[in-house]
Design a binder for this molecule. Structure first.
Ligand code: ADP
Ligand code: MG
Length: 478
């Protein structure tokens, strides 16, 4: 989605005041009645209507007069509110080129006054999901209470909280810098998504490191759930960084094993196909005689010693609560996430997003029954909403009495886990063997047959999509 931040520089205090009033109104209205916007914004002499026309011209709000005269925020309007808040906080001062298009996000470079460049991820939940849902209108009808802006905000908060907690546990993730609404600011990863890498010098080592990450995540009680070549970045030294955390679940999740296996499968399949690794488990390393378990030594979910809930405290510290987790899981779990592939049809859960869908989803923005909760959790968390000191609402009890704007405002492991003809000791033995395999897998107990060709060719034809992305650089006032 095009993010023309130019307009941001010319928006006045009143423009932001009215934009924020629309955001406030959306807490309990799908389409916010114009009079309510006026009442919240509190501009004199019908000034709100003039400002609304300006916001409409810049596509920051959408006008809907089908039932009554009303407005709602567009994603662009929401982007502006988040960017403005972060600029005011001094997190960055300019927005640069777009560096990524995820299936449910747009990623831009941003820079601080002193020239430090970071990455800004704007979540756009609903973009791909909508495509999946298009054929399931009933589903959508039953989900009318979901608001994509709200879900995007939740996804951003979740991503920020997980990135921060994982970083504190020394996982190779971008540094989580800040978060506001549906926007996450993080350090810029100097590398390429693995999907763009055609050759590696040490594919077996990179593979081991990546599988080791899945195992270590599970040991920390977590499963990535979208662990694939699109969400693993790799630099010139072949150092690995994982990204994209909104769909992570706990190992205590009812589908944990399936998610874990799907994550490992993606990596095995990708490395097998792209780097011609073949996987022969080194049987000398452990007692594996007579076993019909996996011959390729992939880690088994059940054999990993997990500490569920390990990160809970850290996550809560970032303002992401269990309630938030349940809420977002309802959406992601609701079979809405689409599985699309890159090299492998079964794996990668990614695709280029399509702006028409983004617009389409914006046009069906459903009503907001979750906002009361949102408003209260905002207050509890004291996190992502800005203070709005000069707007007050008098006749709308569902909206906070005084609203202010700041100055600017596993598959095969089943058979071993449940093998009915095996007695308990046998089962324990098998589980131990699997544990050994997982550890060996994570530490390099696998023989990989790799291409002898060890030159690097990072980028390749797939990277060309980046060059198609709009280039822009815009300094913002604070
Ligand atoms: P989505 O959730 O939409 O899949 P991702 O977080 O996977 O979004 O990001 C999409 C793309 O943006 C990545 O494949 C990568 O190319 C780029 N990207 C994301 N985060 C960063 C970052 N911190 N540094 C550099 N590039 C990034
Ligand atoms: Mg991604």
């Amino acid at each position: 989605m095009k993010l023309d931040v130019d307009a941001l520089r010319y928006l006045s205090k009143e423009d932001f005041r009215v934009l924020t009033a629309v955001e406030m109104g959306m807490r309990n209205h799908e389409i916010v009645p114009a009079e309510l916007v006026e009442r919240i914004a509190g501009l004199k002499h019908g000034g709100t209507y003039k400002v609304l026309r300006n916001l409409l011209k810049h596509k920051l709000v959408h006008h809907d007069s089908s039932k009554y005269d009303g407005y709602r925020l567009t994603y662009l309007g929401y982007d502006f509110l988040a960017i403005k808040a972060l600029v005011n906080r001094g997190v960055f001062s300019s927005v640069g080129r777009q560096i990524g298009v995820g299936k449910e996000s747009d990623i831009f470079e941003v820079a601080t006054e002193d020239g430090t460049i970071m990455a800004m991820k704007l979540h756009r939940l609903g973009r791909v999901s909508f495509r999946a849902v298009k054929s399931k209108r009933d589903y959508l009808l039953h989900r009318r209470s979901y608001n994509w802006l709200y879900l995007s905000r939740l996804a951003a908060l979740k991503e920020f909280a997980f990135m921060k907690a994982l970083g504190e546990h020394e996982f190779p993730v971008p540094r989580a810098v800040d978060c506001n609404r549906h926007c996450v600011i993080m350090s810029l990863v100097q590398g390429y998504p693995l999907v763009q890498v055609k050759q590696l010098q040490n594919p077996d080592e990179v593979f081991e490191r990546i599988i080791g990450l899945v195992v270590r995540l599970a040991e920390h009680g977590l499963i990535h759930c979208d662990f694939n070549e699109f969400n693993i970045m790799i630099d010139d030294e072949e150092k690995v960084t994982m990204i994209d955390f909104p769909q992570m679940v706990s190992v205590s999740h009812r589908n944990a094993q399936m998610y874990f296996d799907r994550d490992t499968d993606c990596i095995f399949k990708f490395f097998s196909k792209r780097f011609h690794l073949s996987f022969h488990y080194d049987k000398d390393g452990c007692d594996d005689s007579g076993s019909d378990l996996e011959e390729d030594g992939r880690p088994s979910f059940w054999s990993i010693e997990k500490s569920a809930g390990f990160l809970d405290k850290e996550l809560a510290a970032s303002g992401f609560t269990r309630k938030d987790q349940d809420e977002i899981e309802k959406f992601i779990e609701g079979d809405v996430r689409e599985t699309v592939s890159s090299d492998d049809e079964d794996c990668a859960n990614e695709n280029q997003a399509d702006n028409n869908d983004a617009n389409a989803i914006a046009n069906i923005l459903p009503c907001l029954q979750l906002v009361e909760k949102e408003a209260s959790s905002d207050r509890e968390n004291g996190d992502n909403t800005d203070e709005h000191p000069d707007i007050s609402v008098t006749k709308e009890p569902k909206i906070a009495e005084v609203i202010h704007i700041g100055d600017e405002i596993n598959g095969s492991d089943d058979d071993c886990g449940t093998g009915s003809e095996d007695g308990i000791p046998v089962l324990t033995k098998r589980l131990n063997r699997q544990r050994q395999r997982a550890v060996a897998a994570a530490r390099g107990g696998r023989k990989a047959v790799v291409s002898r060709n060890s030159y690097k060719d990072k980028g390749g034809s797939k990277s060309s999509h980046n060059s198609k992305l709009q280039r822009q650089s815009c300094k913002l006032y604070s």
